[in-house]
Design a protein. Sequence first.
Length: 75
Amino acid sequence: MTQKTISLSEQAYNLLKNEKREGESFSRLIERLISKKDNPWLLLQNKFDPELWNGLEENVKRIRENNLTGRETND
């Protein structure tokens, strides 16, 4: 198995750690959280108009970035 190192903010790490089930690896946790069958956001993606979904996705990314950096942008 190939291993990759990623960097997470302390906040992101704590959020993941709180979602982790007993005996579950972080890799499995991430797979569970982003799998289509378990992730309502990804399930909804196929129900939206692609243009609407892309706009929503960009806004969520901007909000996440603002939360991580502590700054506001209106891009």
